[in-house]
Design a protein. Structure first.
Length: 88
């Protein structure tokens, strides 16, 4: 995620008038830019799939009985979800 994000950031412009054209430039003109973009998007989805599987495993095995560890995990989950919602 970090490497693909850095690569995409080298070619991305965040101005509202040129943002779409910079994404188009990444997909069409940059060598293998299209695959870097899709790896970045799918990597974020895979991260959340693994995160939810981890929570599900904790629920299945009863890890919620360890309150301090469980509460820290819930706080981290909410922090990651808020960060993803804001787009960072």
């Amino acid at each position: 995620q970090i490497l693909t994000g850095l690569f995409l950031a080298m070619h991305y412009t965040s101005d509202t008038t040129t943002a779409f054209s910079s994404v188009t430039h990444i997909c069409r003109d940059v060598n293998y830019g299209w695959i870097i973009r899709y790896m970045h998007a799918n990597g974020a989805s895979m991260f959340f799939i693994c995160l939810y599987m981890h929570v599900g495993r904790g629920l299945y095995y009863g890890s919620y009985t360890f309150l301090e560890t469980w509460n820290i995990g819930v706080i981290l989950l909410l922090t990651v979800m808020a960060t993803a919602f804001m787009g960072y």
